[in-house]
Design a protein around this ligand. Structure first.
Ligand SMILES: Cc1cc2nc3c(=O)[nH]c(=O)nc-3n(C[C@H](O)[C@H](O)[C@H](O)COP(=O)(O)O)c2cc1C
Length: 134
């Protein structure tokens, strides 16, 4: 089992339909490759966890890296994993706000970029694994 976490910024303002198309595409392909994970959309920024067989994760990630819908992609962490965080989700999805993050982290970041450049991999894993809206 292998995992990879990255973040990237949208290259244009995503509409609801754009997100729906993206999720449909991602979920179909992930299901075929037994890749699972979670995609967070935070005010124009995507934070994604991919998990599965190392080759499958790397292959899907190499497509994402070349995707023109996102820019300034940065890998936060990757490596072997003991188990899946999202075994039941070919790609779980959640839209959250900076206010949700600030509440969860008990911080007052002024922007998502500011948060991400300072967040440790551990914090991002916690954010992905949590359900700020629930
Ligand atoms: C933010 C973001 C997240 C994505 N996540 C996935 C994903 O988890 N799995 C996937 O197959 N494609 C994902 N994609 C789409 C890929 O970049 C790419 O368009 C797709 O894999 C191409 O598949 P195809 O060549 O088989 O049509 C994502 C794209 C973006 C912009």
């Amino acid at each position: 089992m292998y995992y990879l976490i990255y973040f990237a910024y949208e290259s244009f303002p995503f509409k609801k339909e754009d997100l729906e198309d993206l999720l449909k595409q991602a979920r179909e392909k992930n299901a075929n490759h037994q890749v699972t994970g979670k995609l967070l959309y935070v005010e124009g920024t995507f934070i994604q966890l991919l998990e599965g067989n190392e080759q499958a994760v790397k292959s899907i990630f190499s497509d994402i890296e070349r995707d023109k819908r996102i820019i300034a992609l940065k890998v936060v962490a990757e490596g072997p994993a003991m188990a899946r965080h999202f075994p039941d989700w070919s790609m779980a999805y959640e839209k959250i706000s900076l206010a949700d993050i600030n509440q969860l982290e008990q911080c007052e970041h002024e922007g998502v970029k500011d948060y991400l450049t300072n967040a440790t991999p551990f914090r991002l894993i916690k954010l992905i694994a949590s359900n700020p809206l629930l």
